[in-house]
Design a protein around this ligand. Structure first.
Ligand SMILES: Nc1ncnc2c1ncn2[C@@H]1O[C@H](COP(=O)(O)OP(=O)(O)OP(=O)(O)O)[C@@H](O)[C@H]1O
Length: 322
């Protein structure tokens, strides 16, 4: 059956060229409604495009995974699609560890089997939740614009998310309408996870009391922020090469002085990341920005690893005490 979602995905693919005829696609299938919906759509569109498809599944080997790999494997078998399985070994039981491992495992399959695209079933709803979640945690523009439609994972493999303009309600309706088998992952109902509380409590509340279209507006905001963040990042990279001297661990404060504060923050953040700090926070970045116009020998209070930033002539220099 050809549904409205088939037509929409077909149009999206034609317009955006996210996936093209020569692509070899590994579809990441968790067994849930979103990735089963994506799988069915790509199976049905395959004859029109002639791309190569296969299913990839990652078994975390947690108690909540019991039975899912067989379930996904059987669907792949029934639909006559190659199936690749990765099984984790002693994976830490956190969402973040699981996500990191999954992307590594999927990339391994892609490399071993020569796929150039990995697709996931992320939806508009995931994008809205991610924006909201990261907003509360204090993310910058990059964090808020997370979940883009296409991103390079390596020189040969890209991650593609074709369902970012489809909501979770729509994938659910699609699976029901086509009577597709869907695994109801109990972990998604566990309110111990912040993401689940945002999905099942916060967003429905906002929908009812503030804006019935909240998912769409948040997802659109993420899309806009993404383009703006890409643009700022390009400017940052270009300016950084003139302002940062990595070997000497220093920043030229005269050059930094006359640029917009948005770029100042980004350059300082990049400088700290390259030197010592994985995720510099707002106060650490502001402390360095305050040195741009400070008197000679001014310094920040201690940054991690016993490091301080000090003003010396035209420079802000990072120095570590023993
Ligand atoms: N165990 C799995 N095996 C294969 N693919 C998976 C698995 N879990 C998730 N995926 C893929 O990732 C997509 C998103 O799933 P989910 O939201 O659970 O993951 P996530 O990476 O935690 O998401 P987010 O990045 O939004 O936090 C799914 O639609 C599916 O394509």
């Amino acid at each position: 059956m050809w549904t409205n979602l088939h037509a929409r995905l077909h149009t999206t693919l034609r317009q955006t060229k996210l996936i093209t005829k020569t692509d070899k696609i590994l579809i990441a299938v968790s067994g849930g409604q979103d990735s089963i919906c994506l799988l069915k759509l790509l199976v049905d569109l395959q004859p029109k495009y002639n791309f190569k498809i296969a299913v990839g599944h990652c078994n975390h080997q947690w108690s909540t995974d019991l039975g899912i790999a067989d379930f996904v494997g059987k669907i792949a078998q029934n639909w006559e699609i190659p199936f690749y399985l990765k099984i984790a070994n002693n994976l830490k039981e956190t969402e973040a560890a699981a996500r990191k491992w999954r992307y590594e495992a999927l990339q391994e399959i892609a490399q071993e089997q020569d796929f150039n695209i990995i697709t996931t079933g992320h939806t508009k709803s995931d994008r809205a939740e991610t924006l909201f979640y990261n907003l509360i945690r204090g993310a910058g523009v990059e964090g808020l614009s997370a979940l883009n439609a296409k991103r390079e994972l390596s020189p040969t493999v890209s991650l593609v998310r074709p369902l970012l303009n489809v909501s979770r309600t729509e994938t659910e309706e699609f699976c029901q309408q086509l009577q597709l088998p869907v695994w109801d992952d109990q972990a998604n109902h566990n309110l111990k996870y912040a993401r689940n509380r945002i999905r099942t409590e916060v967003l429905p509340y906002l929908k009812t009391h503030f804006n019935p279209q909240v998912e769409t507006t948040l997802a659109q905001t993420a899309e806009i922020l993404q383009a703006e963040s890409d643009f700022l990042e390009t400017l940052t990279q270009n300016l950084a090469s003139e302002i940062i001297e990595l070997e000497q661990k220093r920043l030229n404060r005269i050059k930094l002085k006359n640029i917009h504060v948005a770029l100042k923050r980004r350059i300082v953040k990049l400088f700290l990341e390259k030197n010592m700090l994985k995720s510099p926070n707002f106060s650490q970045i502001e402390a360095i920005i305050n040195l741009i116009e400070a008197p000679q020998k001014s310094r920040t209070s201690s940054l991690p690893k016993n490091t301080q930033a000090t003003v010396e002539g035209d420079w802000i220099i990072l120095k570590t005490s023993d």
